[in-house]
Design a protein around this ligand. Structure first.
Ligand SMILES: [Ca+2]
Length: 285
């Protein structure tokens, strides 16, 4: 066997390759291969950057969406009143949500003072039992609005007398009292209706608070306005005893409260209601 003869084609092949590698066509082909390799590498880099951009964009969108959702939750949460309370007397205060609870309107000495021709921030004009235009119905006195019994009614005529049916009858009347429990935070109010006509139902009412002593309560300057707005009407339902609790912001504790009616539903000789209920957060007997 002639090994040299067999190895000759390989040498020729190498020479051929050398010749080809130095030819112009080969150089162009090599350049194209290198160019394709560089382009492919650039494409991979571009694809990688696109993927990174998409991931970062998704993370930003998810973060913003979560933040907006959390903020909406925090904004809608206070349908209940949130106040700060102290868990113990020594260390830290915790924020908690407390439902307003009904406050017993127990007045000192059981005294509930009826008023007429009395306005928000104004002087209290003390009314008496009778049927004149400055009086209330003798059998339906002001303490009936605070006795916890929806079958007992407070009825006021001023500026009219009994039987004088007008839109203005019974307006700017009400009552005030001093709570025997001492200063209490009130942030809710509800009216319970009289069992008679709707026309005498209160429609716009106010609540004021004071911490002055009883001899000063006749003065308008002693009172601070807490609530002045409409209350829920019972419509045509004669079976509805009480409205819904009107919740309002208030951070001040008061031991005296004055309730006034400035507008009623219809034409009648009086304003009549069976209960004024006050509600407070964190109140406990
Ligand atoms: Ca009552």
């Amino acid at each position: 066997m002639n090994l040299n003869a067999k190895s000759m084609p390989n040498r020729n092949h190498v020479n051929d390759l050398k010749a080809q590698s130095t030819s112009p066509d080969s150089i162009i082909q090599t350049a194209n291969i290198q160019s394709n390799t560089v382009n492919f590498s650039n494409q991979k880099k571009n694809i990688l950057w696109v993927i990174i951009f998409i991931i970062v964009t998704i993370l930003v969108i998810v973060t913003i969406t979560a933040s907006v959702t959390l903020n909406r939750k925090n904004r809608t949460r206070p349908t209940k009143l949130t106040i700060a309370t102290t868990e113990n007397t020594t260390t830290m205060a915790a924020t908690t949500t407390i439902e307003p609870v009904l406050i017993p309107l127990d007045a000192i000495n059981g005294t509930v003072i009826g008023v007429y021709n009395t306005y928000i921030g104004g002087l209290s004009s003390i009314s008496t039992p009778g049927d004149r235009d400055d009086q209330y119905e003798e059998t339906e006195p002001p303490n009936h609005a605070c006795d916890g019994n929806v079958s007992t009614i407070y009825s006021t005529f001023s500026p009219c007398g009994r039987g004088d049916r007008q839109q203005k009858c019974g307006l700017n009347t009400g009552f005030y009292l001093q709570l025997q429990h001492g200063p209490i935070l009130v942030n809710g109010l509800r009216i319970c209706y009289a069992y008679t006509s709707f026309a005498s139902d209160p429609y716009i009412v106010s609540l004021e608070g004071s911490n002055l002593s009883s001899e000063h309560l006749i003065l308008g300057t002693s009172w601070t306005l807490i609530y002045n707005d409409t209350i829920e009407l019972r419509g045509t339902s004669s079976t509805t005893t009480c409205g819904t609790v009107q919740i309002f912001p208030n951070t001040n504790h008061y031991s005296n409260y004055r309730f006034l009616v400035s507008r009623k539903v219809g034409i009648s000789d009086s304003v009549r209601y069976s209960e004024v209920e006050l509600y407070g957060s964190g109140f406990h007997l």
